[in-house]
Design a protein. Sequence first.
Length: 154
Amino acid sequence: MRAFARSFRYAFLGLRHCLRERNFRFHAALAAYMFGFLLLYDWFALRRADWAALVIAAAAVLFAEAMNTALEALVDLVSPERHPLAAKAKDVGAGAVLVCSIGAVAVGVAVLWQPEAFREMAEYYKAKPLMLLVLAVSLVGTGLWVFPDWGRKR
């Protein structure tokens, strides 16, 4: 039983490593906002299959991002100096994330393209400008979390 519990500890350590990566934080934040809006408000009409498609798409992007992070760490371990094959491996990993991201956007557009829902959203924020301010502040905070070194010179 201890080994089983330890495996969860390692899994959470892995997630912590992923959250140190800017691109993982970016995708996690996008998913959190999307699911937050979908759960808090009833603007969008979604069936179970729609929910499943959105969850799978978001999970696929985060999975690809996690695998890319692991691949980059492994490549850095075995090839500390620059090498064309190391660069190729990293580029292919990043390309896989891009493919998953494009697929997730396609799923999102297919499921969430509901003009009436966007009209309701606009009316909601027009009627409650304070909530628009809350959204804007949360987006700034999230931006600072995702891009903590934004504006700093390297």
